[in-house]
Structure formats: C-alpha cells, structure tokens
Design a binder for this molecule. Structure first.
Ligand SMILES: Nc1ncnc2c1ncn2[C@@H]1O[C@H](COP(=O)(O)OP(=O)(O)OP(=O)(O)O)[C@@H](O)[C@H]1O
Ligand SMILES: [Mg+2]
Length: 476
C-alpha cells in the first residue's frame, strides 16, 4: 500500500519509462516521417529509372530494327558488288583477248613491213625519221647501226613534205633519181598518218623502179626503131599509090579506084599511127628539142579552136572560148602545145553527141604543176641525211611558180574514175560509137608534151556529166 501525498515511486518510475518510450516513439515517428519521404523520393526515382529503361529499350529496339534493315541492304549491295565484279572480270578478259589480238596484228604487220619489197620509213610529227624497214636501209645505203638516220631529217623527204603541204592533199608521189649508194630511180610515195595535214607524222614508201624504167626505155626504143623501119617504105608506097590513083600510071576503072582509095585511107591511117608512135617514143626518151618561144596562150587557144570550128559546126556543136585579160606569155614550143590543144578539142568534138557544147577556158592557176617532178627532182644523193636547218616550210609567194591553165569542157558521155586514171596510157580507148575513129595515142602524146614542159594534165569527169580536160604550163 501507498502512503498519502507521496507518489508511489514505482508509478513514477513507470511514468518515466512511459515518457521515455513516448519520446522514443516521437523520435521513431519523426524518423518514420523522414523514411516515408525518402521512400517517396525513392519511388519517384524508381519511376524515373523505369521510364529511362523503357526509353532505352525502345531505342535499342529501334536500333536493332535499323541494324536489321541495314543488314538486308548490305547483303543486297554485296550481291550487286559481286555481280559487278563478275561483269568487270568478263570485260577485263575480253579486253585482254583484244589486246592479245592487237599485239598479234601489230607483230604481223611489223614482220610484213620489215620484209616487204618496198622501203618504208615512218616520220614523226617533227619530220624526223622514227623507224625504217630493212629494204629502206638497203635502198638508201644505210648499213651500220651507227649510220642510221633515226631521229634525223632527210632533205628529199622534207622537199616532198613541202609539196604535200602546199598541195593540201593527203598523198603525194614523186620519181627521184639518186646516185648513191648506186644509180637508181625511185618512186617515192608520201602519205599522212591518219590525221590531215600530217600533224601526227607521215609514212614514206620507196619503190625501186630502176629495172622497170630500164624495161620501159627498151620498149620505147624498140617501138621507135620498129616504127621508123615501118615508116621508111611507107612513104614511097603512098607515092606509088597516088600515081596509080590519079591515073599517071595508066587508066584505072571506077571499081579499082574505089578499092585503091580504101587502100590509100588505110595506108594514111597506118602512117599516122606510126608517126604518132615514133613521136611518142622520141618525146618519152627526151629526144626532141623543144623550140621554145614566148607565146600568148589566149591567142593560141583562139586560133587553134577556130581551125576546128568547121568540125564542130558539122555536128551542130556550140563552141565557146573564154580567155582571161592580160594573161602572161608562156615559154613553150608553140607547135607542140597546138598539137595538145587540137587533140583535146578534137576529142571533145568527136565524143560529144550532136547539139552538145564544148567550151575552152584559158586562166591563171596558182596551184598545179610538176616543177620538181621526175627529172626536175634529181637528188645528187649526197647529204641525204639532213638536219633540216634553214629549210623553210613555206615558199614565199614571190618564189612560187604561177601556171596558165587550159580547160576543155564538153557535154559528152563523161567517164568513170578508173577511166580518168587510165586514159593517158597508150592505146587506151573507151568503148564508144564505132564511127568515132582514133588510135588512142593522142592523150599519151599530149601528156608527154605537157610533162616535158613541166606542166600537168588531167581530166575531171563523171559518167553522164561530160568531161573537163585540163592542163597547166608554168609561167617563167
Ligand atoms: N572528151 C572526151 N569525152 C569522152 N571520152 C574521151 C574524151 N577524150 C578522150 N576520150 C576517150 O579517151 C580515149 C583516148 O583518147 P586519145 O585522144 O588518146 O585517142 P583517140 O582520140 O581515140 O585517138 P587519137 O590518137 O587520134 O587522138 C578516146 O578513145 C576516148 O575513148
Ligand atoms: Mg584524140
């Protein structure tokens, strides 16, 4: 039992314990409050983290998808690349096969060029010799490798190139006489390599025509001798025949006269032929002396054409002459040039059908001629290797030869290109009306005459479009 007014110690102790416990509870409560807030923050953080995780996983998924897409694309590209590689390989194989073929062709061509009968020189764009085959070395007399003119210029090639350049053609041909390493006649052809004006160089082909020239001369001499021998008895035969024909040798019947007249015509034709042959051989052999004089070509053409007018009138052919004013005189053999004009104009009249037109023109021509050709271009053979120093490419207009040009144009049948090239050969006659007479020597003689005057003669024609026979003579 407890005494009054004095709190029981036990109760007080109990109250203290309770107070302490309440304080602890308060402390715990405030700690709990704090933990609650922490928990809330924790939950918030956890939510944030979860959102982040979700976004990350979405991103990863997207990336995975993209990677998958890219992988598909890559495999497609890879496939295409493989296909392209196969195609490239096939193209490369084809190219290699073509290269091999080209190499083979090149080697074959080189072997052919090395062993061909003609000399071949390849000239570079600087006009230096780039290469030459065995035959060229042999013809030009180059033996040891040290002597070889590779990388040098040669005077005769420069001369020809100049001519090619001036003529504005792609090819030029010349006959050249050389004296070393031996006497020889060469036919030189110079042709531009693919591009025009030889900007990429040119090729020179040399043919030794010494033997052909010798045979030609022998043939010419033979024809000259035979013609001479045939002609000798013909003059007295003709004399005798005219004695019989005009009755001096006694009376003849009309029938006999008719037969003898045919004989006389044939004899005259034969005599003309023999005379022409003899003439041609002499001119070609250089055995005729030109009786040069200063000739006014315009008047010569007028007189000559007028003398033929009577034949033209018979065929109702309209003849016209056109001559330039104040043309310079030409130094030439008047009779020989008249012979040429007569043949050209007579041909035009002969081969042009009735009612046609023949016009003759006499003008100046700055371009054509054969000044350096053939005998005019003799090379002494010395100093064939030439550095080309001082060799001017352009000839000044003062030094350039002018030419008088005669054109004989007709409205006749014309001819093909092959015919125009072959027409100046002996006895060449095109098929035409049988009534048109001739021996086929006129144009060969005309050519020989013009060439000894250092001129040029040619024909421009097309089938059905008439012909224009032209010749030039240098004005000195
Ligand atoms: N103007 C022309 N038109 C067509 N053909 C022509 C012409 N001129 C020449 N010819 C052809 O060329 C050939 C040769 O001519 P060329 O003058 O050499 O001989 P030709 O006239 O027949 O005989 P000739 O020796 O008497 O002159 C002729 O036969 C003819 O076929
Ligand atoms: Mg003729």
């Amino acid at each position: 039992m407890r005494s009054e007014g004095k709190p029981d110690k036990k109760i007080i102790k109990e109250i203290d314990i309770l107070k302490r416990q309440i304080r602890e509870l308060h402390g715990l409560k405030s700690e709990l409050e704090k933990s609650k807030q922490g928990l809330k923050r924790y939950e918030e953080k956890t939510d944030d983290l979860n959102t982040g995780f979700r976004e990350l996983s979405n991103l990863l998924q997207e990336k995975d998808q993209r990677l998958l897409d890219n992988k598909d694309k890559l495999s497609e590209v890879n496939k295409e690349l493989l296909e392209s590689r196969d195609e490239l390989e096939a193209t490369l194989n084809q190219l290699e096969a073509q290269r091999q073929l080209l190499l083979f062709e090149k080697n074959r061509l080189q072997t052919v060029i090395q062993h061909m009968g003609e000399g071949v020189l390849v000239i570079d764009s600087e006009k230096n010799i780039e290469s030459m085959n065995e035959r060229a070395k042999e013809i030009l007399g180059f033996e040891g490798e040290r002597d070889m003119p590779i990388g040098y210029k040669m005077s005769f090639i420069l001369k020809l190139w100049k001519e090619l350049h001036e003529s504005r053609k792609d090819i030029v041909k010349k006959e050249l006489h050389i004296h070393t390493p031996r006497e020889a006649v060469l036919m030189i052809t110079l042709a531009c390599l693919p591009k025009k004006e030889c900007s990429e160089g040119f090729v020179v082909v040399i043919r030794d025509i010494t033997f052909e020239k010798r045979v030609e001369k022998m043939k010419s001499d033979f024809v000259a001798n035979v013609s001479h021998e045939i002609r000798s008895p013909m003059a007295p035969m003709k004399e005798t025949l005219s004695l019989v024909l005009d009755g001096t040798a006694g009376p003849i019947t009309e029938k006999q006269k008719e037969v003898l007249t045919i004989l006389n015509d044939n004899l005259e034709r034969l005599l003309r032929l023999v005379n022409d042959l003899l003439d041609l051989s002499r001119i070609e052999a250089g055995k005729i002396e030109l009786r040069r004089e200063r000739v006014d070509m315009a008047s010569l053409v007028k007189c000559t054409v007028e003398s033929i007018n009577v034949y033209a009138n018979r065929k109702k052919i309209d003849m016209s002459i056109e001559a330039g004013q104040g043309l310079p005189k030409v130094s030439c053999d008047k009779d020989r040039i008249t012979q040429v004009i007569i043949n050209l104009v007579m041909n035009a009249v002969k081969f042009t059908p009735e009612g046609g037109k023949v016009s003759v023109q006499c003008t100046m021509d700055e371009g054509r001629g054969m000044e350096d050709e053939g005998r005019g271009m003799r090379d002494e053979g010395r100093g064939m290797k030439d550095e080309g120093r001082g060799m001017r490419d352009e000839r000044s207009s003062k030094d350039r030869t002018s030419f008088i040009r005669i054109n004989v144009a007709d409205t006749g049948p014309g001819m093909t290109k092959e015919d125009t090239e072959a027409l100046f050969e002996r006895f060449k006659r095109l098929t035409g009306p049988a009534t048109v007479k001739g021996t086929g020597l006129g144009l060969s003689i005309a050519k020989a005459i013009i060439e000894i005057h250092k001129g040029k003669i040619w024909v421009e024609s097309e089938p059905g479009k008439g012909s224009v026979f032209c010749f030039t003579l240098p004005v000195k």
